[in-house]
Design a binder for this molecule. Sequence first.
Ligand code: PXG
Length: 461
Amino acid sequence: MNENLNRNSTARWRDLDVRHHLNPFSDYKTLKARDGGSRIIVRGEGVYLYDSDGQQILDGMAGLWCVNVGYGREELARSAYEQMLELPYYNSFFKTTTPPTVELAEKLAELAPGDLNYVFYGSSGSESNDTVVRMTRFYWHKAGKPEKRNFISRTHAYHGSTMASASLGGMKPMQEVYGLPLEGFHHVMPPYWYDFGGDLSPEEFGLQAARAIEEKILELGPETVGAFIGEPIMGAGGVLIPPKSYWPEVQRICRKYDVLLVADEVICGFGRTGEMFGSQLYGIEPDMITLAKGITSGYLPLSAVMVNERIAAKLREEGGEFTHGYTYSGHPVPCAVALANIALLEDEDLVRRTREVTGPHLRARLNELVDHPLVGEVRSEGLIAAVELVRDKQARSRWDDKFTAGQTCRDHCIANNIVLRAVRDSMVLSPPLTIETAQIDTLVDGLRVSLDRTAEDMARG
Ligand code: PXG
């Protein structure tokens, strides 16, 4: 490409971005002023992105935790193309549906843990978590317990950005200005040993964090609590990996008080943790799960809620319309892409590879960083990981409450042409599951250089 034209295009796209685009989760004052504006990503291939200046960037985040099979997969493009020619759209309302919609439902039922055999589709994780709220209240209404309207989730949780899913979430800045959480949404401590564990062992703390749910159930009254929702591993909350004691105890508590257990598998699903679903990693059988992101590797928007036999049986037995649905529920094109995507995961054995090869390699390489003066803890499971930056390792104390260390490190990573994300002061990674071990080395080596530079910056103050 002519270099001049290339530069001109970058300038033009940045200008358009400034003049007409409101980017999500952005400060509209600073975003547009900084360094001439946004980076323009024009192409992806494998684990690499290319920007409009031709720079190659190693994507340690699989887009936003979603491009599990990597960029540029012809099989997925072809499946969308063929489905669009055959039938580009039809809905599943009014006693109709399409072949990819039901074929994917069967495939998901085969893969999902326990007896999660029924699928309700949406187009985003947020929509699916909204559906969970509606489905839960509908279920309890049908079960003759309409007062079971409360939801319990965790601080630091991210479940989406619509009004109900942001209420399920536990991120204060997403709630304060917006009149959230809505009524009926309650939050408890997450299983974040590094911040909240104190002198307890991780396993003791896991039980304590689970029992915070029990306390909340008792405080609200078990007869008013409809569901508990949590990610098996909290992703956007900072890759919080619970102690092994946590989830079995959460499940026991939910069963004891007849509270539905919902696993948000939007990030954990489709191999990220080295199991097909995060619930399988922890041996739990939720009543509902939500799926998105990796279901199509992000190639097209698609999400799903899956419910188990208990819920489906009650709804089928009692009858009455579930007055909820989206124009694009079960859209044939993303469903066809999801089927092709799952076929790739299976054909290339990517889940086992994550569990046995790349996940252990990432963990071993990250563990080398624990001697770094800035690194307080390394957490990883499969191909999701976090490196916690601290000022004082012994006291587990941070640099400041603006999370400068994380932001600084992230900027150094970007300058080194590797994409990592900072959540508070944790550097988090979630690369495509197709990543090679040598590419993991490049990521971790780049992170170490960035940590060194961050340490210098922090020392300068
Ligand atoms: N649940 C979980 C666990 C998620 O991570 C959603 C639901 C919502 O999905 P949609 O498709 O509505 O975005 C998510 C989304 C970040 C970041 O900064 C993470 C997400 C979205 C945007 C940014 O890490 N996760």
